[in-house]
Write a protein that binds this ligand. Structure first.
Ligand SMILES: Nc1nc2c(ncn2[C@@H]2O[C@H](COP(=O)(O)OP(=O)(O)OP(=O)(O)O)[C@@H](O)[C@H]2O)c(=O)[nH]1
Ligand SMILES: [Mg+2]
Length: 390
């Protein structure tokens, strides 16, 4: 069966829903696709097609990130629906790493909760510069409560370096919009307008050497190994030679698709699936990087500026010292690393410190790259690479 090729008619952006567990991210994602499908631009993706794993259905939570696509009048979006549950932050970080903007979903009935704050911090760290707030479940709350939650969210965003005063905050009801209630269908339209206008089209480095952080790996029986993710920079064409950093193999791109639609060429920002010739399924993993051969030099040692979260922010309550070995979340990778604090030797919760890190394996690094530090299921630090040592 031949598939319809992807035709680039509008600028493409990557957005997604993040926020605390059960605040309604998946419901809102389904509602957005429904409202737009009714406008004739896209396909409705029902809730159970987004949370489709049996464990997700049984537990009523999102575990894996899921991608849907839709179009507004002015833009084409790939939308990643991220899990809110604290146990699946790892998947959330992978999703957030590819976003140009995020929809922070906050239940107007509950207000900000631990993963609301953690997601904002992580989004900031992985380079999400623009957030639009959906005050969901607005059908349940009274106006006064909604106003209070709005103030609280603006404050939280300001604390993390976002412009909390100017961020659009839109009261919505994903559930009622899914039901077709016109008042709440209009709230989804208002949210999408806010995303269209508030999240700018990022600069795309289409002329840079190709680089794609691997989000997922799958096998197409009889055809080979497919890697998926959002292209960070550059352009890739059918037949291009690429290098898989992490797997240390070279390959040729023999298939290229976005949301099931074939393309001859994909560029920075596109959310794609690449079929790689002759690469065994188990050689490639999330966290590896596919790049133009020789274009990046992986490294494992770097210096960084790191903020150590306080106990109140969900971080450690005790200082960390040289020799500390947490996990570093860099792009889609999580890698163990040894921390050296130099002469300071100790960093207390709430401190901003300079550290030297030696990772457990080589990864493509560059100064300015943001990362998160996690330990035993919680985020303990947020940092930026200041210098790559080698
Ligand atoms: N009243 C009301 N309930 C809602 C609304 N949106 C979602 N819900 C309910 O809230 C619960 C959680 O919804 P989900 O969409 O699964 O929440 P989620 O944020 O995706 O949860 P995780 O992905 O597990 O973090 C479900 O029972 C929904 O029906 C809303 O706008 N109003
Ligand atoms: Mg969900």
């Amino acid at each position: 069966m031949s598939k319809t090729a992807y035709v680039r008619t509008k600028p493409h952006l990557n957005i997604g829903t993040m926020g605390h567990v059960d605040h309604g991210k998946t419901t809102l994602t389904a509602a957005i696709t429904k409202v737009l499908a009714e406008r004739g631009s896209g396909t409705f993706v029902p809730f159970d097609r987004i949370d489709k794993a049996p464990e997700e259905a049984a537990r009523g939570i999102t575990i894996n990130i899921a991608h849907v696509e839709y179009e507004t009048d002015t833009r084409h979006y790939a939308h990643v629906d991220m899990p809110g549950h604290a146990d699946y932050i790892k998947n959330m970080v992978t999703g957030a790493a590819q976003l140009d903007g995020a929809i922070l979903v906050v239940s107007a009935a509950d207000g900000i909760m631990p993963q609301t704050a953690e997601h904002v911090l992580l989004a900031r760290q992985v380079g999400v510069d623009h957030i639009v707030v959906a005050l969901n479940k607005a059908d349940t709350g009274d106006a006064e409560l909604i106003e209070l939650v709005e103030l609280e969210v603006r404050d939280l965003l300001s604390q993390h370096g976002y412009d909390g005063d100017s961020v659009p905050v839109v009261p919505v009801s994903g559930l009622k919009a899914l039901d077709g209630d016109p008042r709440w269908t209009a709230s989804i339209e208002a949210l999408l307008d806010a995303v269209d206008t508030y999240v700018p089209m990022p600069e795309r480095y289409v002329d840079a050497p190709f680089l794609l952080p691997v989000e997922n790996v799958l096998t197409i029986t009889g055809r080979g190994t497919v890697v998926t993710g959002a292209i960070e920079r550059g352009t890739v064409r059918m037949g291009d030679r690429v290098q898989v950093l992490g797997a240390e193999v070279e390959s040729v791109v023999t298939g290229l698709e976005t949301f099931g639609k074939p393309m001859d060429e994909a560029q920075a920002g596109d959310n794609v699936a690449l079929l790689l010739r002759g690469v065994p399924r188990d050689a490639v993993r999330r966290g590896h990087v596919v790049a133009a051969p020789g274009s990046v030099q992986p490294a494992r040692r770097f210096t960084a500026q790191v903020y150590v979260l306080s106990g109140r922010e969900g971080g450690r309550t005790t200082p960390l010292t040289t020799g500390y070995r947490p996990q570093f979340y860099i792009r889609t990778a999580d890698v163990v690393g040894d921390v050296d604090l130099g002469e300071a030797a100790v960093a207390r919760p709430g401190d901003t410190v300079t550290m030297t890190v030696e990772l457990g394996r080589d990864v493509p690094l560059e100064s300015g790259l943001g990362f998160a530090i996690r330990e035993g299921g919680r985020t303990v630090g947020a940092g930026t690479v200041t210098e790559v040592i080698g």
